[in-house]
Design a protein around this ligand. Structure first.
Ligand code: ADP
Length: 622
């Protein structure tokens, strides 16, 4: 601040300087008038004395006996002195005073001889003379004008003191003193006012803003900027505020950009509606989910209800704003149920959620939520959130189907068991012919029930543990042999030959139970759906580490191939008799998926099938 004081005096300091200058000028003018008035007044006095002396000389010339008569001479002198205020003196040729308006006649003889007075000497020489000098008689400075009387009878002398000059000068000094006093008082008041009203607040403003600190050391602002320090202070303070506002604007903009980016990335559809149902903003997901007209490019766009009608709306739309923004929701939405629901937005009993089923109106299953927003202006707006629940609904349906299928599959053997058991209880137990077969049927259905329940348990365990936990390096060939052993009776009964071509040293990193489930089901199917005397070949494609289980069985119709991994799916009803549960391949798919292993199936109807698993991700590299 001290540096600033030195460089740019404050407005107050400048004002005081200006006032002091005015005061000095006024003082100079007064002094000039004071001193120059002397010569002005002297000239005027001299002209007046000369004029009056002319008149008196004329009087004396016109009256030759006047000077001989002393009382008449005294009267003339007294009359002029009285009316004009001059001193009138008549001097004879020797210098003796004959009459004097200011000296009684009795005292005239005591006066000095006037012959050597300068004005008298000049009058003697040229008929007229004057001089300024001190009068010992009147004890003041006087102007003397002397005239030579006609016929050299003597001299007439008029004298006057600078009375008018003195009173003028005294008046000047009084006026000057008064003016100076008023001037100083007014200056002090104005300075104090400016200081309080302008300078101090500005300097405070400057301190508050700490603008000085932001000024680089040693740098000075351009001269025009600092014409007044207050202007500079103001400039710098405002510059500070402008910077702050600009930064604030930048922050707001970047926050807005972030918000827009988030809304653009959201998978949920967001629509903002005005209180009267006009679309104010729509994010890209909402356009996709609700089947609204997409925009050309750009981010979440906003608009006012009037935009649609405005002449520039087409331009903005082309630039990337969704076509629905600015339009009535009723006009742009395609889902009738949604239109009614949105229309009833303000009703108190309106349900907060709306489900829209996949179908004619929408390619997705949608869940909509509408919430009222209180905008800053107090106007009511609505936030419509649209969520794609197609996947959830699908899972829901699959689950319902699964429960229905499982119930059905469980009920069939259970009904059989119940039927045979009731028959036995009602008397068949005593019939030796049917007793044995009935108990066998009960046993077979109980086994089927057990397999079914075991498969259901396996499947639910795989779903509950989708990530491998305790993996081990398992010898694949040994596990294939174990699976073959499991079906040894079936293999022998049908005369099917199983070939295990898996290399001895190949190990896979998996949980043992998962590998067992995969191999048992694939080998089991290859045996189950094979023809008598057929062949099952298990091996690994050396080029790509793919495990294959190939059979020479009945094959799978091509149109059914894509569905065989679904739960409870059977390629055709006749295969039900093969004692399958319809869950084997679903278990294989889930167990393989746990390790990111893809399972594929190829088949030629009547010739056989080939199931392939890519072991690339689980094979142990030594
Ligand atoms: P299932 O217990 O009925 O065998 P899976 O899930 O194991 O159930 O198999 C589903 C269906 O796929 C079977 O019903 C069958 O129609 C067909 N399938 C599976 N493996 C073979 C195969 N190796 N040969 C012919 N068809 C097969």
């Amino acid at each position: 601040m001290a540096e600033l004081d030195r460089e740019y005096p404050s407005l107050r300091a400048r004002l005081i300087g200006m006032l002091a200058l005015f005061a000095a000028l006024f003082l100079g003018l007064t002094a000039y008038l004071y001193f120059s008035s002397r010569s002005i007044f002297a000239d005027a006095l001299e002209r007046e004395l000369t004029g009056d002396s002319d008149w008196m000389v004329a009087q004396i010339s016109a009256d030759p006996g006047l000077l001989e008569n002393s009382s008449r001479t005294d009267s003339l002198c007294s009359a002029v002195a009285k009316y004009k205020g001059f001193r009138v003196t008549v001097i004879d040729t020797t210098g003796r005073v004959l009459a004097d308006s200011h000296v009684p006649r009795a005292e005239l003889s005591a006066l000095e001889n006037h012959r050597n007075r300068p004005e008298v000497q000049d009058a003697l020489a040229g008929g007229w003379g004057h001089s300024w000098r001190h009068s010992s008689t009147l004890s003041t400075e006087m102007l003397y004008v002397a005239r030579l009387l006609p016929k050299h009878k003597g001299y007439l002398r008029l004298a006057a003191g600078p009375v008018a000059l003195n009173s003028f000068q005294n008046a000047s000094l009084r006026v000057f003193a008064l003016f100076l006093g008023l001037f100083l008082a007014a200056s002090a008041a104005v300075t104090a006012w400016i200081s309080r009203k302008i300078s101090d607040p500005l300097l405070q403003l400057m301190k508050d803003r700490s603008a000085e600190a932001s000024w680089p050391a040693g740098a000075s602002p351009p001269r025009w900027e600092a014409e007044f320090r207050e202007a500079e202070v103001l400039n710098r303070a405002f510059q500070g505020y402008v910077d702050q506002i600009r930064k604030l604007g930048g922050d707001v903009e970047s926050e807005r950009d972030k918000l827009v980016a988030i809304l653009n990335q959201l998978e949920e559809g967001i629509l903002i509606l005005s209180g009267d149902g006009v679309v104010l903003a729509a994010n890209p997901s909402s356009l996709t989910l609700l089947g609204l007209e997409p925009r050309a490019a750009g981010a979440l766009a906003e608009g006012s209800p009037n935009d649609a009608a405005s002449p520039g709306s087409k331009v903005r739309s082309a630039r990337g704003r969704p076509a629905c923004v600015g339009q009535s929701a009723e006009k742009v939405l395609k889902q009738k149920s949604l239109i009614h629901w949105v229309r009833d937005a303000a009703l108190p009993d309106r349900p907060p959620f709306l489900h829209i089923d996949k179908g004619v109106d929408s390619p997705f299953d949608l869940l909509c939520h509408l919430a009222a927003l209180e905008s800053s202006g107090g106007a009511r707006e609505y936030l419509l959130t649209v969520i794609d629940v197609t996947e959830f609904r699908h899972l829901d349906r699959v689950k319902s189907e699964f429960v229905a299928n499982a119930s059905h599959e469980l009920k069939t053997p259970l009904s059989s068991i119940k039927g045979y058991a009731e028959a036995l209880l009602e008397g068949a137990l005593n019939d030796a012919k049917v007793r044995g077969p009935f108990v066998t049927k009960i046993h077979a259905n109980a086994l089927r029930l057990e397999r079914l329940i075991q498969d259901l348990l396996n499947l639910s365990q795989l779903e509950a543990n989708p990530v491998p936990k305790e993996i081990e390096a398992l010898p694949l060939r040994g596990y294939v042999n174990a699976a073959a052993n499991l079906y040894r009776d079936n293999l022998e009964a049908a005369g099917i030959r199983l070939e295990n071509h898996v290399p001895e040293d190949l190990r896979v990193l998996m949980e043992p139970r998962d590998l067992e489930l995969i191999l048992n089901n694939l080998v089991g199917n290859a045996v189950k759906y094979n023809r008598p005397g057929g062949k099952v070949k298990v091996g690994v494609e050396t080029s790509s580490v793919k495990l294959f289980v190939k059979d020479t069985g009945i094959g799978i119709p091509a149109e059914m191939l894509p569905r065989i991994f679904e739960r409870f799916y059977r390629a055709d009803a006749s295969r039900a008799r093969k004692d399958g549960t319809g869950l084997g391949l679903a278990i294989v798919k889930h167990a393989a998926a746990k390790y990111g292993i893809a399972v594929g199936a190829e088949s030629v109807l009547g010739e056989g099938s080939r199931f392939v698993l890519d072991l690339g991700k689980v094979v142990e590299v030594t």
